[in-house]
Design a protein. Structure first.
Length: 388
């Protein structure tokens, strides 16, 4: 159990880094053809929105400010189910193409429906509350100049503020470490999936996804990888958003993601065949499958199992691997407990918030597993409240 937990959260990253270092040493330098014509295709900026009236003006302004020829950008919004005035607010902007229907059937249904209106060869998906970096489109299309790339994943960043809560501190650290892993994965072979805040695909590679799909971004991007294309990672193309209001709100999101992860595993069995998918199978199993299945379960089982071993061997006051490990476990859980107490009392400390967030998201993973197995996770969901 301990080996699984250590491998999932540290070992995979260490091995991946070592493999990338070896690849860099063996790689021969190639000359860049600076005289080549810049790759600047038409693109579609595709936004799905459900009751996002609070973000419309900022998102539209952000979209119009992106560093790319506006004549080559198709601005497409799908607002199915919105009843807070979102469609009416969008109609104030003539450059936008708005498709609305009163029924709310979930994000993936809106994406499937909206794709029929996309005419550009590259479509960039983004959330309405995610603000994109000015160079986002230009950086993404540069990656598509490589015909082997079928999907480009952008980076997700959490807006840093001085008065951070546990969710902000933990979520920010989480995405910083995820970004480093994704960079290594892309350099080695292929990034394992995109994030809904910002990812792009070749329009021709899109296939309609099952209407009950929970993790649309993950399924869409990995199915493109199954077609033989690479998922590249572009950290300079990033989407910024504020963190969840608190850890309780973040638990809603992480529980849904974990439930979606179990669903994705059941729908992407081909990815677990290393004879057909090669290194991508190892990456997928190490980065996602273990994190959504065994790792959170083993993490919480380690404590009672270690207590039993120490008690059975009467090792409480004897120096041994088990007694030392138990002591470290108690320290980690004590820090996490303190983080929870401090958050409720509005005391700010990253030292306690990081372990609290780590324990919380693994607890959410277990909740997500049980929720999906019981058939309780809907495709439509309650949005987590965001800070600010």
């Amino acid at each position: 159990m301990l080996i699984t937990v250590l491998y999932t959260y540290a070992g995979y990253r260490i091995i991946l880094y070592a493999v990338v270092l070896i690849k860099r040493l063996l790689k021969t330098k190639t000359k860049n053809d600076m005289s080549a014509t810049p790759f600047e295709p038409e693109v579609c900026l595709f936004v799905t929105a459900y009751n996002e009236s609070d973000y419309v003006s900022r998102k539209v302004a952000n979209s119009f400010a992106l560093d790319y020829d506006r004549e080559k950008i198709e601005y497409l919004w799908v607002t199915d189910g919105s009843d807070d005035g979102t469609p009416d607010l969008l109609k104030k902007y003539p450059a936008l193409k708005i498709h609305h229907q009163p029924q709310r059937r979930g994000k993936i249904d809106a994406m499937n429906r909206g794709m029929q209106f996309v005419k550009a060869p590259v479509v960039i998906f983004s959330d309405s509350n995610a603000m994109l970096s000015p160079q986002t489109i230009r950086v993404i299309v540069e990656r598509f100049a490589n015909p082997e790339v079928g999907c480009v994943a952008g980076e997700k960043r959490i807006v840093e503020r001085k008065a951070e809560n546990a969710s902000a501190a933990g979520e920010g650290l989480y995405w910083k470490t995820e970004s480093k892993v994704k960079k290594l994965e892309a350099e080695f072979n292929s990034t394992v999936g995109g994030v809904g805040e910002l990812f792009a695909i070749r329009t021709a590679l899109f296939n309609a996804v099952e209407k009950d799909t929970i993790l649309d971004d993950f399924i869409i991007s990995l199915r493109i990888a199954l077609q033989g294309y690479k998922i590249d990672y572009a950290p300079d193309a990033y989407a910024e958003e504020v963190a969840s209001l608190n850890v309780r709100e973040e638990l809603k999101r992480k529980t849904r993601i974990a439930a979606g992860g179990i669903q994705a595993i059941s729908r992407l069995p081909q990815l677990l065949n290393p004879f057909k998918q090669g290194a991508l199978s190892w990456q997928y199993f190490s980065h996602k499958v273990l994190r959504w299945t065994l790792a959170p379960l083993f993490l919480f089982l380690l404590l009672p199992v270690n207590i039993y071993i120490v008690a059975a061997g009467d090792l409480w006051f004897q120096p041994s691997v088990y007694s030392i490990a138990l002591g470290l476990q108690w320290v980690c859980y004590a820090l996490a407990l303190a983080g929870g107490i401090f958050e409720n009392r509005k005391i700010r400390s990253k030292l306690f918030f990081a372990p609290f967030y780590f324990v919380a998201i693994n607890y959410a993973s277990l909740r997500g597993i049980f929720r999906y197995c019981r058939g309780k996770q809907n495709v439509t969901w309650e949005k987590s409240k965001r800070a600010g």
